[in-house]
Design a protein around this ligand. Sequence first.
Ligand code: UDX
Length: 436
Amino acid sequence: MKIAMVGSGYVGLVSGACFADFGHDVVCIDKDQSKIDRLHDGVMPIYEPGLAELVGTNVKAGRLSFTTDLAEGIKDAQAIFIAVGTPSRRGDGHADLSFVYAVAKEVGESLSNDAVVVTKSTVPVGTGDEVERILQDSGTSHKFAVVSNPEFLREGAAIGDFKRPDRIVIGAESEFGREIMREVYRPLFLNESPILFTSRRSAELIKYAANAFLATKITFINEMADLCEKVGADVQDVSRGIGSDNRIGSKFLHAGPGYGGSCFPKDTLALLKTAEDYESPVRIVEAVVKTNDTRKRAMGRKVVDALGGPDHARGKKVALLGLTFKPNTDDMRDSPAIAIAQTLQDAGVTVDAFDPEGMEIARPLMPGVNMKDDPYAAIEGADAIAIVTEWDAFRALDLKRVRELAKAPVLVDLRNIYQPSDVRAAGFEYSSIGRE
Ligand code: UDX
């Protein structure tokens, strides 16, 4: 089967490469000529473990190709995926659908055979209806169906998530749409991955509801962590204790500096906008968004406290270990590290930082922060060390060397990757999240 993927960003490229790996004939399309040129040269526009190899294998096998020519790319495709960005619109937090609608228009004008048009981009409820109207207005004489097929890929684990999904959600209004989608995902049907066929509007809402629920879980455990610190409890035990109840589930209960990334911040805001439009408030999510926003700067203040409080922080130096919003990605979007560094700088603290993949992207977002070549270079002369992202590289630091290099043995572990007793035994003043 031939599949066209319009938009070769994170979602489009991972999905396109995985569909090709299933044996489909896939064309990834993008307006950005330099991106397509680099893909032709085997250079990935994003950092995702295993992606370069997967793309390379499938290009070599002749199942995956790249083009900037949409009309040519969608020719003979039975499924045309729209996987372009839906960023937060400046000013109001609504999802910006201009890219999705522009693609729908171009697809309608270029369609040369019957096809299913699938929105994979995260889009608010009702977007599928609008895409359908745009296709109708384009005057195409070919049969088409508009289907919603949200993705649930985590950065850093996207290929595994695609190939072994917890579920696949397909929102289709016609048998033609369902039939083509069954064919698209046939290898996963054979694997018995659960597939939920539903209405298009339900599928669109499922994506937002899932992300908002996960963001809520994280925010809940983060607030429990704060309470643990006050009452003298241990958040990791609380998390285990509640998570082993099947009704709650153990995942997404790791307390930390607050969620970031390309999805949770943007999608929770967009859900609130939809709720506002339909006058059906989702107050829990409103609280989650506010709580998570304030948490990031609060984490900066926690580091300031470790330096002895605002009166003693001025002129001191902090080593930030980890800048990306989570490990195994170079993504800096809404990363807590940005607000933490800012809070430290506002308190007159100098910030040296190291991240295994994110420093190039971080540099313009974190003016005044000194990017160092390795963790020990950042630690040298520091009055405190703050672990912000749980990269494996920080899990087994040479504590003896750290003590020798740092000016003061103060470690603030915002991801709880160390055992308090171990670090204290190594001579550190140690603070973490919800485990005082
Ligand atoms: C998320 C969803 O998981 C995915 O299904 C959706 O398609 C896109 O958004 P992603 O943003 O890649 O994926 O990262 P994820 O692993 O979900 O983490 C999001 C944020 O939550 C990170 O900042 C992470 O550090 C934080 N987090 C996650 C916690 O603080 N605690 C947890 O227990 C889990």
